[in-house]
Design a protein around this ligand. Structure first.
Ligand SMILES: [Zn+2]
Length: 177
């Protein structure tokens, strides 16, 4: 695919780097790969770390180059519409492109130690619902939380604001599961 990214060695193995400048909100690449369900044995293997969660029970096993996008607790990109990686701030050519894996995670079992090196590093990559509230709110405002998780989070928020007459619609899921 003709994405404007390159895969290069970095501190944590390999990473995804910008091959040109990206403006805030700009599409970087589309995540693709074969579909797997939650119960699949692949989750118990090392390859399971390359699964992107797209629904409560559905995943895709990421193809290159998307599979090389590393996690950061202070990301410069995020996942929109379940499958698209978009810049959330200006990204310069040569800069590594990272997203916060927790914005796609509702697993109840899988975690990963984090060595992203950001001053904001949480030390462990875990489910979205376990993030600090201000971090969740920021990601929800940016629209970079997977639809199946964001819809759920907004339902919770709306329940807390039962007196508030205004009412957003909850976006439909793109995937079953
Ligand atoms: Zn971190």
């Amino acid at each position: 695919m003709g994405w404007d990214v390159v895969v290069r060695a970095c501190e944590l193995g390999r990473g995804l780097f910008a091959a040109r400048p990206f403006a805030t909100g700009e599409l970087i690449l589309k995540f693709t790969g074969p579909h797997y369900e939650r119960g699949d044995p692949i989750h118990q293997t090392d390859t399971g770390a390359n699964l992107l969660q797209t629904g409560w029970r559905s995943y895709i096993l990421l193809d290159p180059p998307g599979v090389f996008a590393n996690h950061s607790c202070r990301p410069n990109a995020g996942v929109v519409h379940n499958r698209l990686l978009a810049a959330i701030e200006p990204i310069a050519p040569g800069q590594e492109i990272c997203f916060d894996y927790s914005t796609t995670m509702a697993e109840n079992f899988w975690t990963m130690p984090c060595r992203c090196g950001s001053p904001a590093c949480r030390g462990v990559v875990t489910d979205f619902r376990l993030l600090p509230a201000e971090v969740r709110d920021r990601y929800l405002r940016l629209g970079i939380v997977q639809g199946f998780i964001a819809g759920h989070a907004r339902v919770g928020l709306r329940a807390n604001l039962a007196q508030d007459g205004s009412c957003d619609t909850v976006p439909g899921r793109h995937e079953g599961g």
